[in-house]
Design a protein around this ligand. Sequence first.
Ligand code: BGC
Length: 435
Amino acid sequence: MRIVKFIICYNNLMDRDKNNKLFDKNFLWGASTASHQVEGRTENQWSVWELENANHLSKHPDRKLKKLSNWEEIKPKAENPANYVSGEGVDHYRRFKEDFDLAKSLNLNSFRFGIEWSRIEPEEGLWNQKEIDHYHEYIDELIARGIKPILNLWHWTMPTWFTDMGGFVKSSNVKYFDKFTTKIIQEYGHKLEYIITINEPNVYASYSYLLGTWPPQTKNPFTYVRVMVNLVKAHKNAYRIIKSMNDKIQVGVANQVGNIQAKRPHNIFDEVATKIMRYLWNWWYYERIRNYQDFVGMNYYFTDYYYGIFIKKNPEYPNNDLGWYMEPEGLYPIILRAWTRFKKPIIITENGLADSKDEYRRWWIEESIIAMEKAISEGVDVRGYMHWSLLDNFEWAYGWWPEFGLIHVDRKNNMKRTVRPSAIWYADKIKQLRK
Ligand code: BGC
């Protein structure tokens, strides 16, 4: 009798899975990348900074990383200057077709990528036709495989002629980004349905101008605010330019949002800190561009509990390889809050974890899917999910040791690609959810 009951119950569960219509068949199942992190041989302000700082960064990584449980494992890499140089990348610039074949084999129907500004316009006003053609081929190869290209215009890297002029610190420099945007739409606009203008203005401005750990390593709250304001202007201009040239393209930003919670929900300090952080980190930028976005793009990695006066006090486990506390289900409250505030379609433009052993990735993706299912079943218009990342890649100031890829890349063995078990699971899940 028990066995019969179990079989009935199992069948019901399977039917529920088969009939799951929460995700539209056009739901964007994808993965994300950024040009500088994968292409290889980029020449921009970051690559210059890496060469100048690799030695210094490799000197005392223990100061920051010693507390990680995997410190002994990562130590040889973190103490090697080569770790801090993007160099050959994962050679995606040359192997993009092979990578798109892999993306296709994982049942992805969309792919987020960046066009490297410094390749297209190596000198002010000088467009490099060879590179323009490269990205034509790149986009065409995606489309030929039935994968929707989701273009990100700016993911922190810039031509050095632009940063030499002061980059986004100067409001008058935004016109150069306008020109870049115009060129991109003239070239590729007719091939695109979705464009992200700016990736994580909050993260870029904080690390580069407030904490001063990323190029140009400025620590000045006033400069930080100027950069944020100019990035608002850059987005608004780009939005107007894109819409005036092709109003079918859906335009948004990819801001980083955190599931920020009070450690002690009724403690006045915890609550005030939580509210302030939610507004400043999550919503300030979106509020400025409220009427200039067709969708809300969100990158989700962090749940943070605030305790007292702006102190983060997260549970000790589970953590990813970078020591970041993991609460994937935190995607649900953040989706709901964004929906209530903006009532615009939502795309998860990044979401993932550094997990070289692939211990947590399947769990993380599964919980993220459940969070989206929950939100969709309550009427939220969630349009897509881009896992970060398709490939292991260059993790900015941490370098090469953190591995975020659905696909592992062995840089010592001819850049060999190996699909991780969690990716196979993700591919199968997409197939089921699409039925
Ligand atoms: C960035 C990516 C980065 C990822 C993991 C996001 O903040 O957009 O470039 O690699 O997080 O840290």
